[in-house]
Design a binder for this molecule. Structure first.
Ligand code: T46
Length: 133
């Protein structure tokens, strides 16, 4: 559910030379199998529009900002991501939509599994019926 979407503070080292953020074993509650990132996203773009059956992910705005609308079938919650040291843990079974990308926005995602199209629920009607069973 929406309540299972958790903020993850990414540990960082700050000094006069700038900041260094670290994602390693313990900061993520699953074993990382894949990293991908979205970049050069037009501000009018709509991304996401699906849920995952079993994939867990942590999303980080490495640069710029964008909004993510989460939906558990009952409740919706919008989170603006704009800090490279803030991760959002997305459990399975959450519909997500991503909008309002700023220029230069980079969305990095750390995933618990390699890519598998079978894991996607891309029809909202299917998502709703899975949620209601
Ligand atoms: C998610 C949001 C935040 C691959 O071949 N390998 C990959 O690892 C990924 C992620 C995608 N693809 C292919 C599948 C599609 O043909 O790349 C194409 C675009 O993927 P999609 O339309 O799913 O992109 P988004 O930005 O809507 O969604 C992605 C992730 O797929 C999804 O898991 O949570 O980013």
């Amino acid at each position: 559910t929406i309540e299972d979407i958790k903020d993850i503070q990414i540990p960082k080292v700050e000094d006069l030379r700038g900041n260094l953020a670290i994602v390693e074993g313990d900061s993520i509650p699953f074993e990382m199998k894949r990293v991908y990132y979205l970049y050069d996203v037009p501000s009018s773009a709509y991304r996401g529009g699906h849920a995952h059956r079993s994939l867990e992910q942590v999303m980080i705005a490495l640069s710029g900002s964008f909004d993510v609308i989460f939906d558990d079938g009952k409740q919706k919650k919008t989170i603006t991501l704009n800090k490279p040291d803030r991760g959002i843990l997305i459990p399975p079974g959450i519909w997500r939509e991503m909008v309002n990308f700023s220029s230069g926005a980079v969305c990095m995602v750390i995933a618990s599994e390699v890519y598998d199209e079978e894991d996607y629920i891309r029809a909202y009607s299917e998502f709703q019926s899975l949620k209601n069973t």
